[in-house]
Design a protein around this ligand. Structure first.
Ligand code: MN
Length: 128
């Protein structure tokens, strides 16, 4: 098992925050700035976990999750997906789970929660 994390996120500030946080623990971050690029990256690269923003400029995160789960690349049926929801709208979490995400977390991103959620699926190469 590798340590490649794909983050599908259009906000550069969040991308940088997560990149720094995960690389400090030894993960390798693959970046995708929109949903279609994210699906393509998941299909073309070895990905051990996916962090998925819901509000994206092209297809939304729910559709990204559905396409990943339906991919002909069979490992994508099981790759962990952590949805990152932008607000507390009732139903966001349930929609993320029903689209195929395993868990969800809310923005703003809390780094300690992020580490814990990621490590629950993929052990940190550089644990503290
Ligand atoms: Mn977004």
């Amino acid at each position: 098992m590798g340590n490649n994390v794909l983050y599908i996120e259009d906000n550069p500030d969040n991308m940088m925050l997560v990149k720094r946080a995960l690389e400090s623990r030894g993960y390798l971050l693959l970046e995708a700035g929109n949903g279609l690029t994210g699906v393509a990256t998941a299909e073309q690269q070895d990905v051990d976990l996916i962090l998925l923003d819901i509000n994206l400029p092209d297809i939304d995160g729910y559709e990204v999750a559905r396409r990943i789960r339906a991919s002909e690349k069979t490992s994508l049926a099981y790759v962990p997906i952590i949805a990152i929801t932008a607000n507390a709208l009732k139903g966001d979490a349930e929609k993320a789970l029903s689209a195929g995400c395993d868990v969800y977390m809310s923005k703003p991103i809390n780094i300690r929660e992020l580490w814990a959620r990621v490590e629950a699926f993929v052990p940190a190469p550089n644990p503290r």
